[in-house]
Design a protein. Structure first.
Length: 66
């Protein structure tokens, strides 16, 4: 894995993050997805406001989305 990581980094397929919000790293994506699929409105408070807006606008991750 170390060699793969080095290859990806050296060829600019991945880059380090700068100026990120560390609080976002605590989001439990599996929990948010499960809430979305159950129709539990509490998922919105688990993600940044803009992310929630995009998910709703595009009806992402919803089983009944068309």
């Amino acid at each position: 894995m170390r060699y793969l990581y080095r290859f990806l980094l050296e060829n600019r397929y991945i880059e380090g993050l700068e100026n990120y919000d560390p609080s976002i790293l605590r989001i439990d994506t599996r929990d948010v997805l499960a809430r979305l699929q159950r129709g539990d409105a509490g998922w919105e408070s688990a993600v940044p406001e803009r992310v929630a807006a995009i998910i709703e606008e595009r009806r992402l991750f919803l089983e009944h989305a068309t």
